[in-house]
Structure formats: C-alpha cells, structure tokens
Design a protein around this ligand. Structure first.
Ligand SMILES: C[S@@+](CC[C@H](N)C(=O)[O-])C[C@H]1O[C@@H](n2cnc3c(N)ncnc32)[C@H](O)[C@@H]1O
Length: 276
C-alpha cells in the first residue's frame, strides 16, 4: 500500500473521474487524426493514493491514464520525489509491461521537464494532453507560455487558488519570497495593483500603507482573465461554468480547462488550430 501519497477526500475521486472521462473522450475524438497523441502528467505521484483511514488504495492519475480503454502513443510522467518516481516506475513495469516502452518517467521538477519535453518534440506531428495537478504554487507562468507556444497542448490545470488567496494578506504585509512566488505563478507583478489599494485609514503612527481590496471572486476573475487573454485567446468565458461542464464534454479536446480550487471549474478555449 502506498504510504507516500495520502488521500485528499471526495474531491480527489471527483477530479480523477472527470480526468478519466476526458481522456477517453479526447482519444475517441482524435482517433482519425494523423498526429501522435501524448499524455503528460506533470505531477504524477506514485500511481496510487491511500485513503485517510489507511484501509483502501485508489488509483492515482498516472495509473488511471494507463488503464483507460484507449491508449496514447506516448506517456510522460513527471515526479520530483525520487521515491515516488521509483514506485511509479515499479507500477508501470509490473502492471503495464506492454505499455512500458512508451512510458517515460522523468524524475525532476515539472517546469524544467516540461520545458525540455516542449523543445524535444516536433509539434507539427504531435499533440499533447497535459494534466497539471500541483500541491500548491509549483507551476511557473513561463512554463505555461512555453507550452502555449507549441499550439499543440490541451491543458488541465488545477489552479492553486486557496494557496494563492492565503498568501494575499489583508494588510499587504508579505515576505519578499511570497511576492516572488506570486509573481512566478501569475507571470508579473500587476496583481499587486489589482488586489491592493492605499489604506484610507493610514495615519502617522501606522506603517500599514496598503490594504487588500479584492474579494475571492475578483481574484478568480483576474486569474481567468490572465489565463484567457494572455495565455489562450480573447474570449473570456465569464461565469463559473462548472454546471455546464458536461455540456462541453464532447468538445472537451478543444478546450483548455482550468480548475480553480475545489468545485470551481472553468473552461477556457484552447489555442490549438480547429480540428473540424
Ligand atoms: C497533488 S499530488 C499529485 C497526485 C496525482 N495527480 C495522483 O492522482 O496521484 C502532487 C505531486 O507532485 C509532486 N511534486 C511536488 N512538486 C513537484 C515539482 N516541482 N515537480 C514535479 N512534481 C512535483 C509531489 O511529490 C506529489 O506527488
């Protein structure tokens, strides 16, 4: 039983169910296209997740991708932790020996490995589905830019909304390392002007000069605008589209999906050329 990965609750099952359904829909929709299909799980884990009571093991995203009815031509699994990467390799060797030749396990940082995958592959003949499921703020904006330049990726990004919101302190007192982290996550420092204003209560005795002036909704909208306008294209979806998710499913492979926080799911249009 995997002691290395602990269960995150119902949301874990829900997100993995959605992912699995999407993988099959994606491969079915693309089956008559000549390009090779690549699946990349950039925060792959071990392939197994142990439930909180320690009694049950459920399949993680990497194992689910390999179990799907339809197969990709190549699989890339990136995992930073050496032990987890070894456990994942073992799982592939033992449970999927027939697929092992097309499975590449990269032990390292997701940003570095994704950048090298982007430059190593000829994107005229390949198309990738990327699953980004970080614990927190690990994905750099520059990595998204590198991916977008290929115009060949469909991306599922579980955006670390709670982690970001926690760092955005009300009194604006943030360590430089947090500011650097948010800049790296969002690509620049414009969020500072967007989320903070001069504190109207400012007095001679207070060193508090700014105050947070953005609700969770404002922050979500800013992130979506940023992903939409800067990373994908200028059609902002506006509302939270979680309830419309199923409706969009058949077109899923044309969409980039950003999931913000538990139960908040947004669909964004993918930069790839039309396929129909
Ligand atoms: C939320 S878990 C992913 C779980 C996985 N999707 C599953 O279903 O089993 C995040 C994983 O990313 C790994 N990780 C953390 N930082 C990383 C980084 N910078 N690059 C690659 N992997 C990283 C962690 O060790 C952990 O296994």
């Amino acid at each position: 039983m995997s002691e290395l990965q602990q269960f995150g609750g119902d949301w874990t099952i829900e997100k993995l169910d959605i992912l699995t359904g999407y993988l099959d829909a994606y491969l079915t929709a693309l089956k008559n296209f000549h390009f090779k299909k690549i699946y990349i799980d950039a925060f792959a884990g071990t392939g197994s997740i142990t439930t909180r009571d320690g009694q049950r093991e459920i399949a993680g995203s990497a194992r689910l991708a390999l179990l799907a009815d339809n197969h990709f031509d190549q699989y890339y699994f990136i995992e930073k932790d050496k032990k987890k990467a070894a456990q994942l390799q073992q799982m592939v060797n033992v449970e999927f020996p027939k697929l092992s030749k097309c499975v590449h396990i990269k032990q390292g940082d997701a940003n570095t490995e994704l950048t090298s995958i982007c430059s190593a592959i000829d994107w005229r003949f390949n198309r990738a589905l990327l699953f980004l499921d970080p614990y927190a703020t690990e994905v750099s904006w520059t990595t998204l830019e590198t991916i977008a330049k290929t115009e060949s990726f469909d991306v599922w990004y579980l955006f670390p909304f709670s982690a970001l919101n926690r760092m955005l302190r009300r009194d604006g007192h943030m360590e430089q390392s947090w500011i650097d982290c948010i800049n790296r996550l969002l690509g620049d420092s414009n969020w500072m002007d967007e989320f903070y204003k001069e504190d109207p209560q400012i007095d001679l005795f207070s060193d508090n000069k700014i105050i947070k002036d953005a609700s969770s909704k404002d922050i979500e909208q800013y992130i979506l605008r940023r992903l939409w306008f800067d990373y994908t294209n200028p059609f902002f979806p506006g509302d939270n589209l979680i309830h419309d998710f199923q409706k969009f499913f058949p077109l899923g492979f044309l969409l980039t999906v950003a999931v913000l926080d538990v139960c908040k799911c947004f669909l964004l249009h993918c930069p790839a050329p039309p396929l129909f």
